[in-house]
Design a protein around this ligand. Structure first.
Ligand SMILES: O=C(CSC(=O)[C@H](Cc1ccccc1)CC(F)(F)F)c1ccccc1
Ligand SMILES: [Zn+2]
Length: 157
């Protein structure tokens, strides 16, 4: 596995609609997903999407943790989400600051749904349905945008 590099804004890969992965491929991608998580941790990210390392597949990692910007953010194990979808989103929106490993040094205020219901598959092929709110919901929406060729600046207020 060559070392992954994070695509920067301007790289067309960030503007692609990423492809679904078939459950038969999940295990094949296991080494890649480990490298993806390492890359995120290396850059102290709270999330990372596969297209950001030029792999245009529908997979990302959410890894909320308390940080200076979000001191009350929940501490969660880095969670790999395959073929993720939002199945319901609140009318209520919240505005807060976001950053992106593909757009270093820039922060912007972005409105996101405050509550969402999501579904995704785990590496083992199990379907997870759950609700998210606050910072975790924000990260999920930020990463899902990456799978649809959007970056947070596209939504900046
Ligand atoms: O570590 C970062 C760098 S930006 C980051 O982690 C992105 C995720 C993110 C940060 C803040 C809000 C929403 C999503 C990761 C990306 F680019 F791969 F999506 C950070 C930024 C704001 C708050 C807490 C941490
Ligand atoms: Zn990002």
């Amino acid at each position: 596995m060559e070392t992954l590099t994070i695509a920067q804004l301007g790289n067309p890969i960030l503007r692609e609609h990423a492809s679904l992965i078939s459950a038969t491929q999940y295990q094949e991608f296991a080494p890649f997903f480990n490298a993806l998580q390492q890359k995120m941790l290396e850059h102290n990210g709270v999330g990372i999407a596969a297209p950001q390392v030029s792999e245009s597949i529908r997979a990302f990692i959410v890894a909320s943790r308390p940080n200076p910007r979000y001191p009350d953010a929940p501490m969660m194990e880095p969670t790999l989400m395959l073929n993720p979808e939002i199945t319901w989103a609140s009318e209520n929106m919240e505005k807060d600051w976001e950053g992106c490993l593909s757009i270093p040094g820039i922060r912007a205020l972005v409105s996101r749904h405050s509550h969402i219901e999501v579904r995704y598959d785990t590496l083992e092929g199990k379907e997870v349905k759950t609700q998210m709110e606050g910072f975790i919901a924000r990260i999920f929406q930020h990463e899902l945008d990456h799978l649809n060729g959007l970056v947070f600046l596209d939504r900046a207020d």
